[in-house]
Design a binder for this molecule. Structure first.
Ligand code: GLC
Length: 455
């Protein structure tokens, strides 16, 4: 018996082991690199959470948090009329902030669709605004040269066949009540709906650069890849849009190619994330304040410096930042969001060279205190972001002999270099310090950047 158990364990281990190597597609590493090249270069995107929850204006999970029934949620649908909606303005603001791509909620967990879907009546076209808002959005953002991404919620608290589970807005601990609620629900019908809608999204709106599916919570009373039939779904996605990038929330982590990038949400990674010892593509998604949807009374807004540090730090660890705006029910960005975007844009205008095309610096360069490094492999330039402006004699240990020229990025003004030779080492040795002579007064830039042209 014991032997049998051991053999079973070994088989499981073996299967798990080989699963890690499993592939769904025949794409070489080189082909994947090419497919992801724009995204690795662009680094900075806009997330947009917009739906009926903009009306209650107290979190996009409001239906769930307050256990609002479909009947009571209906007033938001009946009053959805974003009369000032002008996605060209949104796109211009995103572009001016330095963002290169954008991802919008075509449907969030509440189930409401911004797009005109054949498979539901629960969509913007049937509200007072009466238009396919997604179509206008795609056209506007494309016209500004931004890449197009669709967020689509796997979860749906409105669809009558989506079974009530641990995270549903109608969840209950009462087993009998749960069984009653789920009596007539058929997940296979919902699954079909989900596949149909994703097909619509990837067929009716031209080239889509990214699909952001959200989210899986496998396990007891949860939902995962079997519920969505994720394998079939991702095959369809890649068939319809071969160049598309897909995030990692389909519960397909055991496949090397079941996802393109990982999505740490609302936290800073301590280092470049790895899977099986290999660095992976990643994008952190973050909010300006504590909610994704428009939240009128939420006041914990990050300041400009915090936002810029989020962006720079992501790039310094080889990742991207997807920064969220929650437009109001009038269809506009509120004043606070506008201000935040403008201030980021003011910095990006002069300093974006340290972001686009950049990544983590080679290990031989250590970041001086209170600074963040990024590096452009193509141009062989290193960027030192001064989070806390230092004194005149700025010392870079180990940089001696490696730098041809130094300047501020924002105005290309020279920063004088003096090669300091440590006692006992010879000029040019890599252990030597490099000394930069900085102006005493901090340049009028939120986070000044030193550009080092390397040898
Ligand atoms: C979470 C939340 C959701 C938000 C998303 C963004 O999964 O459920 O409200 O859209 O994160 O990453």
């Amino acid at each position: 018996m014991k032997k049998l158990v051991m053999i079973a364990c070994l088989i499981t281990l073996f299967v798990q082991g080989t699963n890690a190597q499993q592939k769904l597609f025949k794409e070489s590493d080189e082909q994947k690199k090419e497919r992801m090249a724009w995204w690795v270069n662009d680094r900075f995107g806009m997330f947009i959470h917009w739906g009926l929850y903009a009306l209650p204006a107290r979190h996009e999970w409001v239906k769930n948090q307050e256990r609002i029934t479909d009947e009571n949620y209906q007033k938001y649908f009946d009053n959805f009329n974003p009369d000032l909606y002008n996605p060209r303005e949104w796109a211009k603001m995103a572009k001016a902030a330095g963002m290169k791509y954008a991802v919008i909620t075509s449907k969030h967990h509440e189930g409401f669709c911004l797009f005109d879907s054949k498979f539901t009546d629960y969509k913007a076209v049937n509200t007072p605004i009466g238009r396919d808002l997604l179509k206008e959005w795609v056209e506007a953002f494309r016209a500004e040269g931004l890449k197009i991404g669709f967020y689509y919620s796997l979860i749906d608290w409105h669809h009558p066949d989506f079974t009530v589970d641990s995270r549903h807005s109608q969840r209950t601990d009462d087993k009998a009540k749960l069984a009653e609620l789920n009596k007539n629900r058929d997940m296979s019908k919902y699954r079909e709906y989900l596949h149909n809608q994703v097909r619509e999204l990837l067929t009716n709106y031209g080239k889509i650069d990214m699909l952001w599916l959200d989210f899986s919570y496998p396990g007891e009373n949860g939902k995962g890849h079997q519920d969505w039939d994720s394998e079939k779904l991702i095959k369809m996605v890649r068939h319809l849009q071969p160049a598309i990038l897909v995030n990692d929330r389909l519960d397909l982590k055991e496949y090397d190619d079941g996802w393109d990038f990982t999505t740490p949400e609302q936290y800073k990674v301590s280092k470049w994330p790895e899977v099986n010892g290999k660095r992976v593509h990643w994008e952190t998604c973050q909010t300006f304040s504590g909610s994704w949807g428009y939240y009128r009374d939420e006041h914990t807004w990050k300041d400009t410096k915090q936002l810029l540090v989020l962006l720079i730090e992501s790039v310094s660890k080889g990742g991207n930042l997807l920064l969220n705006v929650g437009p109001t029910a009038r269809g506009t960005f509120d004043e606070r969001a506008e201000k935040a975007l403008t201030s980021m844009g003011n910095w990006m205008k002069w300093n974006n060279r340290s972001i686009y095309g950049c990544t983590q610096a080679p290990d031989e360069f250590k970041a001086p205190d209170n600074s963040l490094l990024t590096y452009n492999l193509k141009t062989n330039r290193l960027y030192i972001h001064l989070l806390d402006y230092p004194l005149q004699n700025f010392n870079l240990p180990g940089y001696a002999g490696k730098v041809k020229y130094a300047q501020f990025l924002h105005d290309a003004s020279e920063i004088k270099i003096t090669q300091r030779v440590e006692h006992g080492t010879r000029e040019g040795e890599s252990s030597g310090n490099l000394n930069l002579s900085l102006p005493v007064t901090k340049p009028n830039v939120e986070i000044p950047v030193i550009e080092l042209i390397l040898k």
